[in-house]
Design a protein around this ligand. Structure first.
Ligand code: U2F
Length: 569
C-alpha cells in the first residue's frame, strides 16, 4: 500500500493518549506546529522525484515515559525538568504520521505486549509468529523492556528496531564482546546493533543516524518584524532550573552582562518560594513553549552557562533572531572527565555547551568564548550588541528537512538484508572484460573514488558518493572527512576494507592482519603494519589511535542536510 502524506493531525492527537504531563506537553507541541508540518508535507511531496512510498507498519514505544521504567520525566515537565526528549518524540511521531505510515503508539509494557502479540504476564515469553511491524522506534529503556518481554525473539527481530538515543552510541561501545574486552562496556550500550540503528538528537557522530527534531520556521514578513522589534540590550538566560545558573564564577559574568544588558530568565519556581536567581534578573518563571518563542523574538542575546548540554533551545533562539553566546570547554567534556557523560556509550569530546551550534552554525549567530576570561567575555557582549543578525534555521531542523530525512531512512535503510562480503578483485573479475581496480585515484590528493566505468554494487548511499581519504595519525575519520567538507559514511567501510584499497593508496604493508579493532581498516607507517576489519559491526567513524592512519570512507552531503548525500533521495 502506498503511503500518502497526511495534513490533518486530529487522529494522531487521539492516539497520543492522556494522563501524563509529558503527553500533554507533546500534544500542545504537535497542535502548535501542525500547520508548519502541513506546509512541509506539500513541499516535500512536490520535491520527491520518485513519489512511490511504501506504507510501513510502525510501532513507537516510548520507553522512558513508561511507568515500568520509573518515568522520572513526566512529573518534572512543569517544574523545569528536561523537555528536549519530549520535543523530539513529539516531532518523531508527527513526522511518521505526516509521512503517511501506519502508526501504533505505546507508553506502557502492557500496550507493548498487546501490539506485539506477546501473552501478558511475567518472564520472558518469546514472540512466536512474525513481527507484526516493519519498524519499531524505541529508546534504551524500551530495548530493555523488549528484551524482557520478547525474550529470544528480540535477537531475531532486532534489525527492525531503531533506538532514539540523544547523545549517541559509538560502535566500540555497541559491540558486546569488544566493549567487554576493551573497557567500553557501559550500562547502556552493547546491543550489537548496526550503529546506524541508533538515532541521535544532533548529528553527533556519522556512525549513528541523525534523527533530530524541528524548530519553528518564520516567513519573510515575520523575520522582518522580528528584526525591527529587537531590543538591543535584552538578554535571556538559557536554563529553566536554578541549578543551571550555578556554575563556578557565574556572579562575575552575570555582573559583566548586567553592566550592558537587561537580563531575563525563565526559571521554574514555586509560588511560596522566591526564585533562586539574582535580584536584577527579570524572571518570567517557566514559560509555555509558545511564550518562550515570543520572549526570544524580542531578545538580542541568548546566553548559556554550560548546562544543559546540546538541547533544542539554542536553535529556537537563533531561529528567532537571537545571538547565542556560550562557554567553550577546554579541555572538552566527555565520558572520561565529566559526571554527566560518565557511563554514556560514547567517547565524543564536547567542545562547548552546544557543539552543533558552534560547528554547524557559528558566527554571527553563535559566539563561543572562554567565560573565565572576563575581557573575552566583555568584548563578546559588546560585539553582540553591535551585530545585526537575521533569524536563521538550518534546513535539517525545519519540518521539511526532518520529513525528507526520515522519509529517506524509511525508504533506504535496511539492516535486515544479509550483508554479502565484498571483495573488489572478485567483483571486477565477475564483470566480463573488466580487469581493473574499481577504485580511481583522483588528482590533487582528493583520495580515491569509485571508478564510474566499473558498475557499482548496490548501496545506499550510492557508491558514486564515495571519496576514500587517509587520516593523520591520531585523527578520526569523522574529523578527516569533516576537514575536507565531507561526511564519514560508515556504510562505505565494507567497500574499502580490502587489500585492493591499501595497494591503490600505495600503502607499504609488511603484513595485513584481519582483526576485531574499531580503528581498522588502518595502517602504521613506522611499523609497516596494515590492519583490516574482521567485524562489520565495528566499522567506526569515531575511532582514532595515535599510532595509526585510518582509511576513511567519506561522502558529499546535501546543502543543510548532513544526513543525506546529494544522490541519496
Ligand atoms: C536538554 O534538555 P532540556 O529540556 O534541558 O533542553 P532545553 O534546550 O532547555 O529545551 C527544551 C525545550 O524546553 C522549552 C524549549 C525547548 O524546546 O522551548 N522551554 C519551555 O517550554 N519553556 C521554558 O521556559 C524554557 C524552555 C536536552 F534536550 C536533553 O536531551 C538532555 O538530556 C538535557 C541535559 O543535557 O538537555
Amino acid at each position: 500500500r502506498q503511503a500518502a502524506f497526511r495534513t490533518d493531525i486530529a487522529a494522531l492527537l487521539e492516539q497520543v493518549g492522556t494522563g501524563k504531563e509529558s503527553l500533554s506537553f507533546m500534544k500542545r507541541r504537535i497542535r502548535r506546529l501542525a500547520s508548519q508540518w502541513g506546509t512541509a508535507a506539500h513541499r516535500l511531496d512536490h520535491k520527491l522525484r520518485n513519489p512511490w512510498r511504501q506504507q510501513r507498519k510502525i510501532l513507537v514505544h516510548v520507553g522512558f515515559l513508561t511507568e515500568e521504567s520509573g518515568d522520572v520525566f513526566s512529573p518534572k515537565v512543569l517544574k523545569g525538568g528536561p523537555l528536549g526528549e519530549m520535543v523530539q518524540w513529539a516531532d518523531i511521531l508527527t513526522a511518521l504520521y505526516v509521512l503517511g505510515h501506519n502508526l501504533k503508539i505505546s507508553i506502557s509494557v502492557k500496550e507493548l505486549q498487546g501490539f506485539l502479540g506477546v501473552p501478558p504476564g511475567r518472564g520472558s515469553c518469546p514472540l512466536t509468529g512474525p513481527l507484526p511491524f516493519d519498524l519499531i522506534y524505541t529508546d534504551y529503556h524500551g530495548m530493555q523492556q523488549m528484551k524482557q518481554h520478547m525474550g529470544l525473539s528480540l535477537k531475531k527481530h532486532k534489525c527492525h528496531i531503531r533506538v532514539i538515543d540523544t547523545f549517541g552510541t559509538e560502535p566500540a561501545y555497541n559491540h558486546e564482546e569488544y566493549a567487554t574486552l576493551h573497557g567500553y562496556r557501559t550500562n547502556w550500550g552493547y546491543w550489537n546493533l548496526n550503529s546506524k540503528q541508533y538515532m541521535t538528537m544532533f548529528p553527533h557522530t556519522p556512525d549513528n543516524s541523525f534523527m533530530g527534531f524541528v524548530s519553528e520556521e518564520l516567513n519573510e514578513t515575520e523575520k522582518a518584524d522580528i528584526q525591527r522589534n529587537k531590543v538591543n540590550n535584552m538578554a535571556v538566560v538559557y536554563g529553566k532550573e536554578p541549578s543551571m545558573w550555578k556554575p563556578q564564577g557565574k556572579e562575575k559574568f552575570l555582573q559583566i552582562l548586567h553592566r550592558h544588558m537587561e537580563i531575563h530568565g525563565t526559571v521554574y519556581y514555586e509560588a511560596q518560594r522566591p526564585p533562586e536567581v539574582p535580584a536584577f534578573v527579570k524572571n518570567h518563571g517557566l514559560l509555555p513553549q509558545q511564550e518562550l518563542q515570543q520572549l526570544l523574538r524580542k531578545a538580542k542575546l541568548f546566553i548559556g552557562f554550560g548546562f544543559p548540554y546540546e538541547g533544542p533551545a539554542p536553535l529556537e533562539a537563533i531561529a528567532n533572531g537571537c545571538i547565542f553566546l556560550q562557554p567553550r570547554f577546554r579541555p572538552p567534556h566527555s565520558s572520561l572527565n565529566h559526571e554527566f557523560f560518565r557511563g554514556k556509550p560514547t567517547s565524543r569530546e564536547v567542545s562547548s555547551q552546544h557543539p552543533y551550534a558552534e560547528q554547524y552554525i557559528g558566527k554571527p549567530h553563535v559566539i563561543t568564548v572562554d567565560f573565565n576570561n572576563s575581557q573575552e567575555f566583555d568584548s563578546a557582549i559588546r560585539e553582540i550588541m553591535r551585530t545585526k543578525v537575521k533569524p536563521y534555521l538550518p534546513y535539517e531542523y525545519t519540518c521539511e528537512g526532518m520529513l525528507e530525512r526520515v522519509h529517506a531512512y524509511i525508504q533506504h535503510q535496511d539492516f535486515c538484508a544479509p550483508t554479502v562480503p565484498f571483495t573488489p578483485t572478485n567483483f571486477s573479475k565477475s564483470l566480463p572484460g573488466v580487469r581493473r581496480s574499481p577504485f580511481l585515484l583522483l588528482p590533487d590528493a582528493a583520495g580515491l573514488a569509485w571508478d564510474p566505468n566499473v558498475t557499482a554494487p548496490p548501496s545506499w548511499p550510492p557508491l558514486s558518493a564515495l571519496r576514500l581519504l587517509v587520516s593523520e595519525e591520531g585523527q578520526s575519520c569523522t574529523d578527516k572527512c569533516q576537514r575536507r567538507g565531507l561526511i564519514c559514511e560508515p556504510a562505505f567501510f565494507r567497500f574499502i576494507n580490502n587489500k585492493e584499497a591499501l595497494s591503490r593508496l600505495e600503502v607499504q604493508c609488511e603484513g595485513v592482519e584481519s582483526e576485531m579493532n574499531h580503528i581498522f581498516p588502518a595502517f602504521s607507517v613506522s611499523r609497516r603494519e596494515c590492519g583490516l576489519q574482521k567485524e562489520p559491526l565495528l566499522f567506526s567513524c569515531a575511532g582514532l589511535n595515535s599510532k595509526y592512519r585510518r582509511l576513511c570512507p567519506c561522502r558529499d552531503s546535501r546543502k543543510g542536510q548532513v544526513a543525506l548525500c546529494r544522490d541519496c533521495l
